[in-house]
Design a protein around this ligand. Structure first.
Ligand SMILES: *Cc1c(COP(=O)(O)O)cnc(C)c1O
Length: 395
């Protein structure tokens, strides 16, 4: 296997023999596409006219005043479908068309990536199948409904824990049988190479815009950028253009659930060990026998037992730092952003906000940070209501 498939010791292509050729074709098609100005023009056309980019870099005035440092929010919540996931879907679906594929498949946990994929498939008239754990289908009925309205078929996966990990395994299996006419759209910076690279490319628009916007506002780079980490796509997009700017601190925020010592969390960087899942080697939550453990977070989008391989590398090389925020801390931050700025963030994004509030303590009034506001919280209103009722929170 070629060494470019690796980030240090992480990444790779841990898939069945029958998929190796498919991944190689995909990599070649992707590299050709992003060097083709016509393809990139098309991608940016849809980002502009359909997704609604560029998104604002909003100076959060009241939050900054309270926490005594300059806080900017990169407003990915204002994208069509309400989160950053559509940036990646647009790129991959245009690539699928360019490769002559007529069908797309995807995995989804909370349903956000499923909705974004179903949206793109409807836009381009492609047949769309979404794999989703049976348990997740029950928990996320509204998103199942959305996907069906958009014309996708949602396949209920009944194996293992009936959640995202199992849906992903099923999608990979289905793809191995249908790759001739089918493109697999992976929703985060995970999976076998070249997926982590492709997802980073299509999400890096976040930091490309934010860097220019921040320079315009402050005349310099931010001191820190902060993003939540599920599989790691909004965070790698937020980091991308700052990785070579050594004076910018990069901070990824994982979900600590009920606390990382409770055993009910999703902090693969804090407590995971290197292992193989979903075609990649990375940090994973595992028991002592190497079995993948169930992740827990109040936020469905962070509820993943692993993390993308480039993040594992950025952590070990010391370039980025990874921290954890509990359910309670995230919910407090969410409610505070509602009241101070009139913005209801996704619970995922609230993890980044909660850590930013801690980080602000060591920053001065003239320093600045950018928080990636990965999505809006409308999808989370039921979870928030349950939480406020004192229920949802131990589930
Ligand atoms: C899916 C999702 C995430 C987590 O996924 P990443 O790939 O880590 O970005 C974060 N925020 C929102 C709003 C999401 O929908």
């Amino acid at each position: 296997m070629n060494s470019k498939a690796y980030y240090g010791e992480f990444g790779g292509q841990f898939v069945s023999e029958s998929l190796m050729n498919t991944l190689e074709e995909l990599d070649a098609a992707f590299e050709a596409a992003i060097k083709d100005p016509e393809f990139m023009e098309q991608y940016h056309y849809y980002l502009r006219q359909y997704v609604g980019r560029e998104t604002p870099l909003y100076f959060a005035e009241r939050l900054s005043e309270k926490y005594k440092t300059k806080i900017y929010l990169k407003r990915e919540d204002l994208n069509h479908t309400g989160a950053h996931k559509i940036n990646n879907v647009m790129g991959q679906i245009l690539l699928a068309r360019r490769m002559g594929k007529t069908k797309v498949i995807a995995e989804t946990g909370a349903g956000q990536h499923g909705v974004a994929t179903a949206t793109g498939a409807a836009l381009f008239g492609m047949e769309c199948t979404i794999y989703m754990g049976k348990e997740d289908m029950q928990r996320q009925r509204l998103n199942v409904m959305r996907m069906e309205m958009l014309g996708a078929s949602v396949v209920s996966v009944e194996s293992g824990s009936n959640t995202l990990k199992d849906a992903t395994n099923e999608a990979i299996r289905a793809w191995a049988k249908t790759a001739e006419d089918t493109f697999y759209i992976i929703g985060s910076a995970v999976g076998p190479y070249p997926y982590p690279k492709m997802v980073k490319e299509f999400q890096s628009v976040i930091s490309r815009e934010a860097k220019i916007q921040h320079k315009k506002a402050e005349g310099k780079n931010p001191d820190a950028v902060i993003a939540c980490v599920g599989g790691g796509s909004n965070s790698i997009g937020m980091f991308a253009d700052f990785i070579d700017e050594k004076d910018v601190e990069l901070i990824g925020v994982e979900a600590a659930g009920c606390g990382i010592s409770s055993g009910k969390h999703a902090s693969a960087m804090a407590l995971g060990e290197p292992g193989v899942l979903h075609g990649m080697k990375s940090y994973l939550l595992q028991d002592t026998d190497g079995n993948i453990q169930l992740a827990h977070s109040i936020s469905a989008g962070l509820d993943y037992p692993g993390v993308g391989p480039e993040h594992a590398y950025l952590r070990d090389s010391g370039r980025a730092k990874y921290v954890s925020i509990t359910d309670t801390e995230a919910m407090d931050a969410l409610l505070e952003l509602c009241k101070l700025e009139g913005i209801i963030p996704a619970i995922e994004s609230a993890h980044a906000i909660a850590y930013a509030m801690k980080k602000a303590e060591e920053m001065t009034e003239t320093q600045s940070m950018i928080i990636c506001l990965s999505g809006r919280g409308d999808k989370d209103v039921n979870t928030i209501a349950d939480y406020l009722d004192g229920k949802g929170y131990l589930n």
